[in-house]
Design a binder for this molecule. Structure first.
Ligand SMILES: CC(C)(COP(=O)(O)OP(=O)(O)OC[C@H]1O[C@@H](n2cnc3c(N)ncnc32)[C@H](O)[C@@H]1OP(=O)(O)O)[C@@H](O)C(=O)NCCC(=O)NCCS
Length: 185
């Protein structure tokens, strides 16, 4: 395996590639995985996913890029377990939205979410020179909320009944971290 773009205690991180399409398609369509994802509403197939990844691979990487995606997995194993990204990066306001999905449910609850948050906060603040990183999470995604709190995200507000999941409207919780807070941790 080529050198990782980022590393944290137990995980490697690299750019997603077209050969990840089969894993992403299967992982993201698992109802347990997609329940709390904004992209999880509609079916898609491996060809479409590969085309998406090929288009990304061809996109020029320049300063001012508004979106960074990374695939991560366990050190010592080439198999990916999830994706993370900083999205809507604003070079003007120096903020970005963080997202994560661990596509193997057997890996949930082992602290990987918190570890990925730590790596992406460090990357966002110390490499991309961001000032603030925020996220949106369904209020009933208790595992996610606890993981994000443990990583240092603070509550910033709630959009009431913003999301429709499994027949019910649920609140969308906004959370964020400022660089100064993160440095003081
Ligand atoms: C949300 C997600 C990223 C969290 O990562 P994770 O590695 O599973 O979470 P962590 O192990 O870092 O932390 C989980 C926390 O929830 C707690 N937890 C574990 N199982 C739980 C459960 N069934 N219900 C509520 N909390 C639970 C853990 O005790 C831990 O809290 P603690 O640190 O206070 O002990 C991951 O579960 C995931 O990808 N889920 C599917 C997709 C998704 O929801 N993505 C996020 C959209 S915003």
């Amino acid at each position: 395996m080529s050198p990782a773009f980022l590393e944290s205690e137990r995980l490697w991180y690299r750019s997603p590639q077209p050969s990840d399409a089969a894993f992403f398609t299967a992982g993201l369509q698992d109802p347990r995985v997609r329940r709390n994802l904004l992209i999880g509403r509609y079916p898609f197939n491996e060809d479409g996913e590969r085309a998406f990844l090929e288009a990304r691979a061809e996109a020029p990487v320049v300063d001012g890029k508004s979106d960074v995606m990374l695939t991560f997995g366990l050190k010592g194993d080439d198999k990916a377990i999830g994706n993370t990204g900083l999205h809507r990066i604003s070079m003007l306001h120096r903020n970005a939205e963080w997202g994560i999905v661990i596509m193997r449910p057997e890996e949930w609850g082992k602290g990987f979410g918190r570890e990925v948050a730590g790596a992406m906060l460090r990357y966002g603040f110390e490499t991309l020179n961001l000032h603030r990183i925020y996220l949106r999470v369904n209020a009933d995604n208790e595992r996610g909320v606890r993981s994000y709190q443990a990583a240092g995200f603070k509550d910033e507000g709630v959009m009431r009944q913003h999301i429709f999941v499994d027949g019910n409207y649920v609140d969308l919780r906004m959370m964020g971290v400022l660089r100064d807070e993160w440095r003081q941790r």
